[in-house]
Write a protein that binds this ligand. Structure first.
Ligand code: HEM
Length: 417
């Protein structure tokens, strides 16, 4: 078996046609704690551990002291990508690449901005935006669902949560595309496009943060720019300029890229099984379970990495301090030990303990917002659309980090009358 399965989880081409199920299955069955040798895509020439079973990923992610999101051992860099990012510039500074207690303090500050109460407040506005997008898409004979619907709504939502003027949102999307998509560069590398986009985004962000400091309003960036952390957040006082900038970058990326891919993956799963669309149209109470299944199916964040701060033993393998440990959410979400018939898209799946949003102290901050966005899109479509057909070639992004799409042309047949 080992000879038949080529294991290089750093190769973006392995993910070009969707999740590499045969590799995941082999790893889960034969090597649940697998030492991945370095490849040409791992700068620093360092290997890493791969966890692919649901229970093992859960085991690691729930021990943040042992598996750090910053660094560990005598490692200079760190973070949650396979490649090391410089500590003090990205690792330890980006909110999702901080450890507690600082991470916990920052999380407390921003949680109210995505609380159920806050989401109830923005729901009607988002539903209106969603209705407009869907009505426009239905007016055309064919629609690039990814570009015209799935990418638009999350971007509008994150722009309004952060307090970014709506007219600037496409600028944000271009930036996210250029830096997160490995179309013209491999993981760990930059391209001219990604560097230029990064520089433009930094300049934009610096101006916006200045504005928020001067005129704070009722939005997440205002909270971040005016916050004072207690001393045990180490250091206390305001977040550093870099932390504030990185927070903005993270939220734009996390808020837009992942959700659009889950929405699109959900729609494409329905395209393959038209009877599911009919079932959902007949019984809308199934929508919440269907949304969870879309999230599992898409697994749009493929992995996050941690670094061991101490030694650990699992399945007879010894993880040493400083070792990189990669949590493959996508592999865990298709683990037959946790999900019956995992390769079937089942809109009635219950329970559905997917790890699409991660788990533990870094559990996705935007999970409920993402759920709301998926619900609004599919509720709106179920109201308006009788059936959906493919209308061209679906293009996926080339990435082992974000399972996504670039184009998804479809034709909607509107409900009669
Ligand atoms: C379907 C859509 C989404 C998916 C699949 C997703 C996935 C994830 C995952 C797997 C993590 C855990 C990272 C780790 O443990 O290292 C995470 C964290 C995070 N997500 Fe999401 N996410 C989605 C939508 C969003 C949205 C809409 C936002 C915007 C508010 C967002 C903001 C964040 C933030 C800020 C974190 C870091 C949380 C922390 O470190 O405490 N995500 N997300």
């Amino acid at each position: 078996m080992a000879n038949e399965v080529r294991i290089d989880l750093t190769d973006p081409d392995l993910f070009a046609d969707g999740p590499p199920h045969s590799v995941y299955e082999y790893l889960r069955d034969e090597a649940p704690v697998y030492w991945h040798e370095p490849t040409s895509n791992t700068p620093g020439d360092e290997g890493f551990w791969c966890l692919t079973r649901h229970e093992d990923v859960n085991w690691a992610v729930r021990q943040p002291d042992l598996f750090s999101s910053v660094s560990g051992g005598d490692r200079g860099g760190g973070g949650t990508l396979i490649e090391d990012l410089p500590t003090g510039i990205a690792a330890g500074v980006l909110f999702n690449m901080q450890d507690d207690p600082r991470h916990r303090h920052v999380r407390r500050l921003v949680t109210p901005s995505v609380s159920p109460g806050r989401l109830r407040q923005i729901r009607a506005g988002l539903a209106d935006r969603c209705a407009t997008l869907l009505d426009e898409a239905l007016e055309r004979e064919t629609c690039d669902f990814l570009v015209e619907v799935a990418a638009e709504l999350p971007l509008q939502a994150i722009a309004s949560l952060l307090g970014v003027p709506q007219e600037d949102r496409h600028f944000l999307l271009d930036w996210a595309d250029a830096t997160l998509d490995y179309d013209d560069h491999n993981p760990g590398e930059t391209s001219r496009r990604s560097l230029e986009a990064g520089a433009a985004m930094s300049a934009y962000c610096a101006r916006l943060l200045e504005e928020k400091r001067a005129f704070p309003a009722d939005d997440m960036l205002s909270v971040i720019t005016t916050a004072e952390l207690p001393d045990d957040a180490g250091p206390g006082g305001p977040l550093s300029d870099l932390e504030q900038q990185m927070f903005f970058h993270l939220l734009v990326a996390a808020g837009s890229e992942t959700t659009r891919n889950s929405i699109t993956a959900g729609l494409l799963a329905m395209l393959d099984r038209p009877e599911l669309w009919e079932t959902l149209r007949a019984d809308r109470t199934l929508l919440p379970a269907a949304v969870e299944e879309m999230l599992r199916w898409a697994s749009s964040t493929v992995y996050n990495r941690r670094t061991a701060t101490g030694g650990a033993e699992r399945h007879g393998r010894l993880i040493r301090p400083g070792d990189k440990v990669v949590l493959w959410w996508q592999a865990a979400n298709f683990d037959e030990r946790a999900f019956a018939d995992p390769l079937t898209f089942d809109i009635r799946r219950s329970p559905n303990p997917h790890l699409a949003f991660g788990a533990g102290n870094h559990f996705c901050l935007g999970a409920n917002l993402a759920r709301l966005e998926l619900t609004l899109v599919f509720d709106g479509l179920l109201d308006r659309v009788e059936s959906i057909e493919p209308a061209g070639v679906v293009e996926r992004t080339r990435s082992n980090k974000h399972a996504g799409f670039r184009h998804a042309p479809v034709r909607f047949r509107p409900v009669a009358g």
